[in-house]
Design a protein around this ligand. Structure first.
Ligand SMILES: Nc1nc2c(ncn2[C@@H]2O[C@H](COP(=O)(O)OP(=O)(O)OP(=O)(O)O)[C@@H](O)[C@H]2O)c(=O)[nH]1
Ligand SMILES: [Mg+2]
Length: 473
């Protein structure tokens, strides 16, 4: 007699209690049950119990997570695409969870390599379009040029380079496929939040709970990454030759393709990055470009002595126009918004080249300031990309050509930064539903040294502010 059948008498006694319990009712022994039916029923009951236990455990884990989340600090990174939100997030992670971040180095190695090959593709595409006089914006191709042989030795050399680099581009295509890179018309690597792209590149996230799925890289995925490193090492000299070619520089210039000012630019460091033993530095990682699509939420449990164990959630959103509708659900319980405003006055949006970046940022800023859901939220502005502003002004670009209201104010970094700050401050004062302090910092998120110090100070400031608000000080 099995334990289930032995409990029959007891079960009967509990019948009144369990009459409402569908689980017990479902597995009650029917009258005239055969031995075979009984075995099947007992087995089904054991299976159901196992599933039920698993569900209870998951619910308990979810509840724990909800409770933890309630207590933790919640930060939201906002701003247009390419404003530097993900770069600031990386600085946060380096500051508070350096060990965890260290484990991701392999992922960033592959991304830096892909960024580098992306620049190579842009050059080859420009060359090919030049040859065939096709529109520059036609899709990027990995096929070698099909045009007939030429007597021009420069062109012949370019074609040879293109042919020799084709296998590298094929391997790159395989890695992009593996990452399910979105085939949107973008020059960037676009991976969807929650798609597990980092685990496909070999990163094991130990902060994830046991019931969250975590894909491990398959053998072929790891092989793809190895192929990429091998092919890059083998193509190193060709890439150096391609990038150093004065004819090509001239062509890129004439086509207004300014590679060195594009995100994810690594062509000046090919020798280091294509080396077989290449390991990305912190600066490489912050400069690596992956476009955020959707919202990536990161749960950080501080590892550093000063803040050990303190928990916070940082949501890093996709900033392109098509992604902004995904931001609103995160307004609900956020305590601080870090708003990234790039100090860019002479650039247009990639998704709409008619719209100036500064005007777009100001439009988002007005909406955030006026939002009643965010009335009690700390908002901190990072006027980012100060290094780029410096270079732009040094190259002689006049602000008033792009922003007529700038007038004849000096064309220097302090004056331009003040102009930005005053405009943001004025909207903040006018549109905030309740009075609140305007807090801002000037940053260059790729300067990890100063940005790490800043994010630690900002984190401490948010805690102090929240404590003051809850009258605990
Ligand atoms: N030179 C320079 N580059 C920066 C700075 N901040 C960010 N970048 C680079 O600009 C590119 C875009 O930065 P991201 O952090 O990916 O931008 P994002 O706001 O997350 O963009 P989306 O994910 O598209 O919304 C990356 O290659 C960064 O390394 C900066 O202060 N100076
Ligand atoms: Mg991003």
């Amino acid at each position: 007699m099995d334990s289930f059948t032995r409990k029959k008498g007891k079960e009967r006694a509990q019948d009144t209690e369990s009459v409402d319990n569908p689980f017990i009712v479902r597995f009650k022994a029917p009258a005239n049950e055969t031995e075979e039916e009984r075995i099947r029923r007992v087995r089904a009951f054991a299976d159901a119990q196992k599933v039920s236990k698993q569900i209870d455990e998951n619910l308990a884990e979810s509840k724990k997570k909800i409770d933890r989340r309630k207590k933790a600090m919640k930060i939201l990174l906002l701003g247009q695409a390419e404003s530097g939100k993900s770069a600031v997030l990386k600085n946060f992670r380096m500051a508070f969870t350096p060990h965890q971040f260290q484990k991701e180095r392999g992922v960033w190695k592959t991304i830096v390599q892909l960024n580098l090959i992306g620049s190579v593709k842009t050059i080859l595409n420009a060359l090919e379009n030049n040859d065939s006089s096709e529109d520059l914006l036609s899709s990027i191709t990995i096929t070698p040029p099909q045009t007939p042989p030429t007597d021009d030795p420069v062109k012949r050399n370019h074609r040879k380079l293109h042919l020799r680099l084709s296998p590298l581009l094929s391997v790159e295509t395989n890695v992009n496929k593996m990452l399910s890179v979105d085939a949107v018309a973008s020059k960037d690597i676009c991976v969807r939040a929650g798609s597990g792209w980092k685990s496909k590149l070999g990163f094991r996230d130990s902060t994830r709970s046991s019931f969250e799925s975590m894909e491990l890289p398959t053998h072929s995925q790891s092989a793809n990454q190895e192929d990429l490193s091998r092919m890059l090492a083998a193509s190193k000299d060709d890439i150096i030759q391609l990038w150093g070619d004065p004819e090509i520089q001239e062509l890129l210039w004439s086509r207004e393709i300014y590679l060195s000012s594009m995100p994810g630019f690594f062509l000046d460091e090919v020798a280091r990055i294509a080396a077989p033993d290449y390991e990305p530095t912190d600066c490489d990682i912050v400069r690596a470009r992956v476009r955020t699509v959707g919202v990536e939420e990161h749960h950080l449990i501080a590892e550093t002595v000063a803040n050990k164990g303190s928990e916070f959630y940082i949501a890093d959103v996709g900033g392109s126009r098509g992604s902004r509708w995904t931001w609103v659900p995160y307004f609900d319980d956020v305590q601080a918004i870090l708003f990234l405003a790039p100090l860019a006055f002479n650039q247009m949006l990639e998704e709409d080249p008619r719209v100036n970046r500064l005007e777009d940022t100001l439009m988002i800023w007005r909406e955030i300031c006026a939002n009643v859901l965010l009335a009690d939220c700390n908002i901190i502005v990072f006027f980012n990309k100060k290094d780029i502003l410096q270079k732009t002004l040094e190259s002689g670009v006049q602000v008033n050509r792009f922003v007529p209201s700038y007038g004849d104010q000096p064309n220097d970094v302090p004056s331009v930064t003040k102009y930005f700050k005053d405009r943001f401050k004025a909207y903040h004062k006018r549109l905030s539903p309740k009075p609140r302090a305007f807090i801002s910092h000037e940053t260059s998120a790729i300067d990890t040294h100063s940005t790490i110090a800043l994010v630690i100070a900002v984190h401490d400031g948010i805690i102090r502010n929240n404590l003051q608000r809850s009258d605990m000080l």
